[in-house]
Design a protein around this ligand. Sequence first.
Ligand SMILES: [Fe+2]
Ligand SMILES: [Fe+2]
Length: 168
Amino acid sequence: MLSKKIEDILNEQIEKEGYSSNLYLAMAIWAETNGYAGISKWLYAQAEEEKLHMLKFIHYINERGGHAVVPAFKQPPKDQKSIKSMFEEVFKHEQFISESINQIVAATIAENDFTTQSWVQWFVTEQIEEEAQVSEILDKLNLLGENNLYLFDRDIMSMRAGGGTPVA
Ligand SMILES: [Fe+2]
Ligand SMILES: [Fe+2]
C-alpha cells in the first residue's frame, strides 16, 4: 500500500509525463508543418513514449492500492524558433524530468518505501538514455549549423534506440 506522500508525488509525475507527451506532440506538429518530416516523426515517437511513461505511473499507483488521477495539462507552445532551439528545449525538459525522478527516489527513501524505490529505478535508467540521446542530437546540430538540415532530417530516426519503435 502506498503512503499518501508517495501516491501524491507519483500522481504529480503523471502530469509531468503527460505534459512531456503533449509538448513533444506540439513540437512534432510544428516540425511537420514546417517541412521537417523526419524530425516530426522522431517527435511523434517521443510523444508516444512519454504517454507510455505516464501509463506506467498510472498502473503502478493503481496496482499498489492508490488512485491515479488524470490532471489538467497546461497548453504547450505552438511555435518554435528553430530546430536547434527546439532540441535545446527538449534537453532542458528532460533534465527537469530527471530531477523530478530523483526527487521521487529521495521521497521513497524518506518514506522507507523500498518497493517503489526499486520500481522507479527503471525511470532513472531511462532518463540517462533520454538525456544521452538528445545530447547526441545537439552535438550533431552544433556541427551542422542551422543551414543544412536536409540530411539531419532524413537520418534522425536512425538515431533512435530501437530504430524508432517506441519502447514500453
Ligand atoms: Fe518520460
Ligand atoms: Fe522523456
